[in-house]
Design a protein around this ligand. Structure first.
Ligand SMILES: [Zn+2]
Length: 279
Protein backbone atom coordinates (compact mmCIF):
# COMPACT_ATOMS: atom_id res chain seq x y z
CA UNK A 1 0.00 0.00 0.00
CA UNK A 2 2.85 2.40 0.88
CA UNK A 3 4.52 1.62 -2.44
CA UNK A 4 1.30 2.34 -4.30
CA UNK A 5 0.77 5.66 -2.52
CA UNK A 6 4.29 6.85 -3.37
CA UNK A 7 3.78 5.93 -7.00
CA UNK A 8 0.47 7.75 -7.16
CA UNK A 9 1.94 10.89 -5.61
CA UNK A 10 4.55 11.00 -8.38
CA UNK A 11 1.89 10.80 -11.08
CA UNK A 12 -0.13 13.47 -9.33
CA UNK A 13 2.80 15.88 -9.39
CA UNK A 14 3.14 15.56 -13.14
CA UNK A 15 -0.54 15.98 -13.95
CA UNK A 16 -1.58 18.15 -11.07
CA UNK A 17 -4.06 20.38 -12.96
CA UNK A 18 -5.89 17.57 -14.77
CA UNK A 19 -5.99 15.42 -11.65
CA UNK A 20 -7.53 18.10 -9.45
CA UNK A 21 -10.24 18.83 -12.00
CA UNK A 22 -11.01 15.14 -12.46
CA UNK A 23 -11.21 14.48 -8.74
CA UNK A 24 -13.80 17.17 -8.26
CA UNK A 25 -16.01 15.48 -10.86
CA UNK A 26 -16.01 12.01 -9.32
CA UNK A 27 -19.49 10.64 -8.77
CA UNK A 28 -19.90 8.20 -5.93
CA UNK A 29 -22.59 5.72 -4.96
CA UNK A 30 -23.38 5.60 -1.27
CA UNK A 31 -24.28 2.28 0.31
CA UNK A 32 -25.37 1.67 3.86
CA UNK A 33 -25.88 -1.91 5.04
CA UNK A 34 -28.36 -3.49 2.51
CA UNK A 35 -29.44 -0.24 0.86
CA UNK A 36 -28.34 2.45 -1.58
CA UNK A 37 -28.76 6.19 -1.11
CA UNK A 38 -31.10 8.02 -3.52
CA UNK A 39 -32.10 11.69 -3.71
CA UNK A 40 -34.84 12.64 -6.19
CA UNK A 41 -34.09 9.64 -8.43
CA UNK A 42 -30.36 10.52 -8.44
CA UNK A 43 -28.21 7.64 -7.22
CA UNK A 44 -24.64 8.92 -7.54
CA UNK A 45 -23.27 12.07 -6.01
CA UNK A 46 -20.41 14.52 -6.47
CA UNK A 47 -17.70 14.89 -3.87
CA UNK A 48 -19.06 18.36 -3.10
CA UNK A 49 -22.36 16.81 -2.10
CA UNK A 50 -20.61 14.26 0.08
CA UNK A 51 -18.71 17.01 1.85
CA UNK A 52 -22.00 18.70 2.69
CA UNK A 53 -23.24 15.59 4.48
CA UNK A 54 -22.12 14.07 7.72
CA UNK A 55 -21.13 10.55 6.67
CA UNK A 56 -19.42 7.92 8.78
CA UNK A 57 -17.39 5.99 6.18
CA UNK A 58 -16.54 2.31 6.69
CA UNK A 59 -14.82 1.75 3.33
CA UNK A 60 -14.47 3.39 -0.07
CA UNK A 61 -13.26 2.42 -3.55
CA UNK A 62 -11.22 5.65 -3.62
CA UNK A 63 -8.47 3.92 -1.62
CA UNK A 64 -8.05 1.16 -4.21
CA UNK A 65 -5.26 1.05 -6.85
CA UNK A 66 -5.67 3.17 -9.99
CA UNK A 67 -7.15 0.47 -12.28
CA UNK A 68 -10.08 0.08 -9.83
CA UNK A 69 -10.94 3.75 -10.37
CA UNK A 70 -12.42 2.72 -13.75
CA UNK A 71 -15.27 1.08 -11.83
CA UNK A 72 -18.22 3.14 -10.54
CA UNK A 73 -16.93 4.70 -7.31
CA UNK A 74 -18.60 3.81 -4.04
CA UNK A 75 -18.66 4.60 -0.36
CA UNK A 76 -19.73 2.13 2.28
CA UNK A 77 -21.28 4.31 4.97
CA UNK A 78 -22.02 3.32 8.51
CA UNK A 79 -24.59 6.11 8.64
CA UNK A 80 -25.54 9.44 7.13
CA UNK A 81 -26.95 12.11 9.37
CA UNK A 82 -29.39 14.93 8.65
CA UNK A 83 -31.35 13.39 5.77
CA UNK A 84 -33.77 15.78 4.06
CA UNK A 85 -37.29 14.50 3.11
CA UNK A 86 -36.22 13.85 -0.51
CA UNK A 87 -33.22 11.76 0.55
CA UNK A 88 -33.68 8.09 1.35
CA UNK A 89 -32.11 4.66 1.31
CA UNK A 90 -33.68 2.07 -1.01
CA UNK A 91 -33.05 -1.64 -1.53
CA UNK A 92 -31.62 -2.82 -4.85
CA UNK A 93 -35.07 -4.18 -5.72
CA UNK A 94 -36.63 -0.78 -5.12
CA UNK A 95 -33.94 0.76 -7.31
CA UNK A 96 -34.75 -1.80 -10.04
CA UNK A 97 -38.41 -0.79 -9.88
CA UNK A 98 -37.45 2.85 -10.45
CA UNK A 99 -37.03 1.67 -14.05
CA UNK A 100 -33.71 3.44 -14.77
CA UNK A 101 -31.50 0.91 -16.60
CA UNK A 102 -28.35 3.03 -16.27
CA UNK A 103 -28.87 3.48 -12.55
CA UNK A 104 -29.34 -0.25 -12.15
CA UNK A 105 -26.30 -1.23 -14.22
CA UNK A 106 -23.93 1.28 -12.60
CA UNK A 107 -25.17 0.58 -9.08
CA UNK A 108 -25.18 -3.19 -9.53
CA UNK A 109 -21.53 -3.12 -10.55
CA UNK A 110 -20.41 -1.05 -7.57
CA UNK A 111 -22.79 -2.89 -5.23
CA UNK A 112 -21.34 -6.31 -5.98
CA UNK A 113 -17.73 -5.17 -5.58
CA UNK A 114 -18.59 -3.37 -2.34
CA UNK A 115 -20.34 -6.48 -1.00
CA UNK A 116 -17.36 -8.61 -1.93
CA UNK A 117 -14.99 -6.32 0.00
CA UNK A 118 -17.44 -6.23 2.88
CA UNK A 119 -18.07 -9.98 3.08
CA UNK A 120 -14.72 -11.47 2.05
CA UNK A 121 -11.82 -10.01 3.96
CA UNK A 122 -9.41 -12.94 4.18
CA UNK A 123 -8.04 -15.76 2.00
CA UNK A 124 -10.26 -18.84 2.28
CA UNK A 125 -7.18 -21.12 1.95
CA UNK A 126 -4.91 -19.76 4.66
CA UNK A 127 -6.64 -16.79 6.30
CA UNK A 128 -4.08 -14.28 4.96
CA UNK A 129 -4.96 -10.71 4.03
CA UNK A 130 -6.27 -10.02 0.52
CA UNK A 131 -4.49 -7.23 -1.34
CA UNK A 132 -6.25 -5.58 -4.35
CA UNK A 133 -4.38 -6.22 -7.62
CA UNK A 134 -2.86 -3.30 -9.49
CA UNK A 135 -3.67 -4.62 -12.98
CA UNK A 136 -7.19 -6.11 -12.67
CA UNK A 137 -10.17 -6.43 -10.31
CA UNK A 138 -8.80 -9.38 -8.36
CA UNK A 139 -7.43 -9.62 -4.84
CA UNK A 140 -4.36 -11.67 -4.01
CA UNK A 141 -3.54 -13.36 -0.69
CA UNK A 142 -0.37 -11.80 0.71
CA UNK A 143 0.59 -15.09 2.37
CA UNK A 144 -0.12 -17.92 -0.13
CA UNK A 145 -0.50 -15.88 -3.33
CA UNK A 146 -3.90 -17.21 -4.47
CA UNK A 147 -5.96 -14.63 -6.39
CA UNK A 148 -9.72 -14.30 -5.88
CA UNK A 149 -12.32 -12.54 -8.04
CA UNK A 150 -15.75 -11.18 -7.15
CA UNK A 151 -18.30 -14.03 -7.46
CA UNK A 152 -20.98 -14.06 -10.16
CA UNK A 153 -23.79 -16.66 -10.25
CA UNK A 154 -25.19 -17.07 -13.78
CA UNK A 155 -28.80 -18.20 -14.13
CA UNK A 156 -30.84 -18.97 -17.25
CA UNK A 157 -34.45 -17.96 -17.87
CA UNK A 158 -36.42 -19.32 -20.83
CA UNK A 159 -39.62 -18.47 -22.69
CA UNK A 160 -41.01 -21.78 -24.04
CA UNK A 161 -43.46 -21.55 -26.92
CA UNK A 162 -45.91 -24.20 -28.17
CA UNK A 163 -48.68 -23.72 -30.77
CA UNK A 164 -48.85 -19.94 -30.24
CA UNK A 165 -48.92 -20.30 -26.44
CA UNK A 166 -46.31 -19.57 -23.78
CA UNK A 167 -45.40 -21.78 -20.83
CA UNK A 168 -45.91 -19.93 -17.56
CA UNK A 169 -45.46 -21.37 -14.09
CA UNK A 170 -46.16 -20.43 -10.49
CA UNK A 171 -43.21 -20.70 -8.11
CA UNK A 172 -44.10 -21.64 -4.52
CA UNK A 173 -41.93 -18.77 -3.22
CA UNK A 174 -44.02 -16.11 -4.99
CA UNK A 175 -47.29 -14.40 -4.13
CA UNK A 176 -50.22 -16.71 -4.89
CA UNK A 177 -51.34 -15.27 -8.26
CA UNK A 178 -47.93 -14.56 -9.82
CA UNK A 179 -46.83 -16.44 -12.96
CA UNK A 180 -43.56 -16.30 -14.87
CA UNK A 181 -41.25 -18.33 -17.10
CA UNK A 182 -38.83 -21.06 -16.01
CA UNK A 183 -35.47 -20.06 -14.49
CA UNK A 184 -32.59 -21.75 -12.70
CA UNK A 185 -28.92 -21.48 -11.78
CA UNK A 186 -26.12 -22.75 -13.99
CA UNK A 187 -24.20 -25.61 -12.38
CA UNK A 188 -20.40 -26.08 -12.61
CA UNK A 189 -19.33 -27.65 -15.89
CA UNK A 190 -22.63 -27.01 -17.67
CA UNK A 191 -23.12 -25.31 -21.01
CA UNK A 192 -25.96 -22.78 -20.91
CA UNK A 193 -28.09 -24.85 -23.32
CA UNK A 194 -27.73 -27.84 -20.98
CA UNK A 195 -28.89 -25.72 -18.03
CA UNK A 196 -31.92 -24.58 -20.03
CA UNK A 197 -32.87 -28.21 -20.82
CA UNK A 198 -32.15 -29.52 -17.31
CA UNK A 199 -34.07 -26.80 -15.45
CA UNK A 200 -37.14 -27.19 -17.68
CA UNK A 201 -37.00 -30.98 -17.37
CA UNK A 202 -36.63 -30.80 -13.57
CA UNK A 203 -39.32 -28.19 -12.96
CA UNK A 204 -42.06 -29.04 -15.46
CA UNK A 205 -40.98 -32.35 -17.09
CA UNK A 206 -40.91 -31.20 -20.72
CA UNK A 207 -38.20 -31.30 -23.39
CA UNK A 208 -37.37 -28.26 -25.56
CA UNK A 209 -35.65 -27.54 -28.89
CA UNK A 210 -34.37 -24.52 -30.90
CA UNK A 211 -32.86 -22.77 -27.87
CA UNK A 212 -31.90 -19.22 -28.82
CA UNK A 213 -30.14 -16.50 -26.84
CA UNK A 214 -32.32 -13.46 -26.14
CA UNK A 215 -30.31 -11.11 -23.87
CA UNK A 216 -29.02 -10.68 -20.35
CA UNK A 217 -29.59 -8.64 -17.22
CA UNK A 218 -27.54 -7.95 -14.14
CA UNK A 219 -29.42 -9.34 -11.15
CA UNK A 220 -27.66 -8.28 -7.95
CA UNK A 221 -29.74 -10.42 -5.55
CA UNK A 222 -27.05 -10.96 -4.43
CA UNK A 223 -24.76 -11.55 -7.43
CA UNK A 224 -26.60 -13.19 -10.33
CA UNK A 225 -26.41 -12.62 -14.04
CA UNK A 226 -29.66 -13.57 -15.79
CA UNK A 227 -29.25 -15.02 -19.27
CA UNK A 228 -32.48 -15.00 -21.26
CA UNK A 229 -33.40 -17.60 -23.90
CA UNK A 230 -36.32 -18.55 -26.09
CA UNK A 231 -37.10 -22.19 -26.92
CA UNK A 232 -39.77 -24.34 -28.53
CA UNK A 233 -41.61 -27.17 -26.84
CA UNK A 234 -40.49 -30.56 -28.19
CA UNK A 235 -42.11 -33.33 -26.12
CA UNK A 236 -43.53 -34.42 -22.76
CA UNK A 237 -46.52 -33.59 -20.63
CA UNK A 238 -46.33 -30.62 -18.23
CA UNK A 239 -45.88 -31.90 -14.70
CA UNK A 240 -44.83 -29.35 -12.03
CA UNK A 241 -42.15 -30.68 -9.65
CA UNK A 242 -44.37 -29.80 -6.66
CA UNK A 243 -41.40 -28.33 -4.80
CA UNK A 244 -40.38 -25.18 -6.64
CA UNK A 245 -43.23 -25.15 -9.15
CA UNK A 246 -46.81 -25.81 -8.03
CA UNK A 247 -48.74 -24.92 -11.23
CA UNK A 248 -47.74 -24.59 -14.88
CA UNK A 249 -49.38 -24.53 -18.30
CA UNK A 250 -49.37 -23.09 -21.80
CA UNK A 251 -51.26 -19.80 -22.02
CA UNK A 252 -52.54 -17.81 -25.01
CA UNK A 253 -51.64 -14.10 -25.50
CA UNK A 254 -55.18 -13.11 -24.43
CA UNK A 255 -54.91 -15.13 -21.21
CA UNK A 256 -51.43 -13.77 -20.46
CA UNK A 257 -52.54 -10.12 -20.73
CA UNK A 258 -54.81 -10.62 -17.69
CA UNK A 259 -52.27 -12.45 -15.54
CA UNK A 260 -50.15 -11.25 -12.62
CA UNK A 261 -46.71 -11.12 -14.27
CA UNK A 262 -43.18 -10.14 -13.13
CA UNK A 263 -42.21 -6.45 -12.99
CA UNK A 264 -41.61 -4.62 -16.29
CA UNK A 265 -37.93 -4.07 -15.47
CA UNK A 266 -37.11 -7.79 -15.29
CA UNK A 267 -35.80 -9.85 -18.19
CA UNK A 268 -38.60 -12.34 -17.41
CA UNK A 269 -41.16 -9.68 -18.30
CA UNK A 270 -39.16 -8.61 -21.36
CA UNK A 271 -39.24 -12.21 -22.62
CA UNK A 272 -43.00 -12.42 -22.01
CA UNK A 273 -43.55 -9.04 -23.76
CA UNK A 274 -41.39 -10.27 -26.65
CA UNK A 275 -43.69 -13.30 -26.99
CA UNK A 276 -46.80 -11.08 -26.89
CA UNK A 277 -45.34 -8.71 -29.50
CA UNK A 278 -44.75 -11.58 -31.93
CA UNK A 279 -48.11 -13.42 -31.44
ZN1 LIG B 1 -3.85 -17.51 1.36
Amino acid sequence: MLKYRLRKRKIRKRKIKIKLKKEREILMLIFCRDKVFVKNKIYNFSENFLESKKIKILDTSKNLPEVWQNLPAWIDAEEIENLTPDEKFVTMRELLHMGDDTAMTVTSRAWQFRNWFRNVKFCSHCGGNLIPNENDYGRKCEKCGVTFYAPISPAVITAIEHDGKLLLAHNTAWEETRYSIIAGFVEPGERLEETVRREIREEVSVEVKNIKYFGSQTWPFPNSLMLGFTAEYESGEIKPDGVEISRAGFFSPDEIKNMNLPHHESIARKLIENFLATH
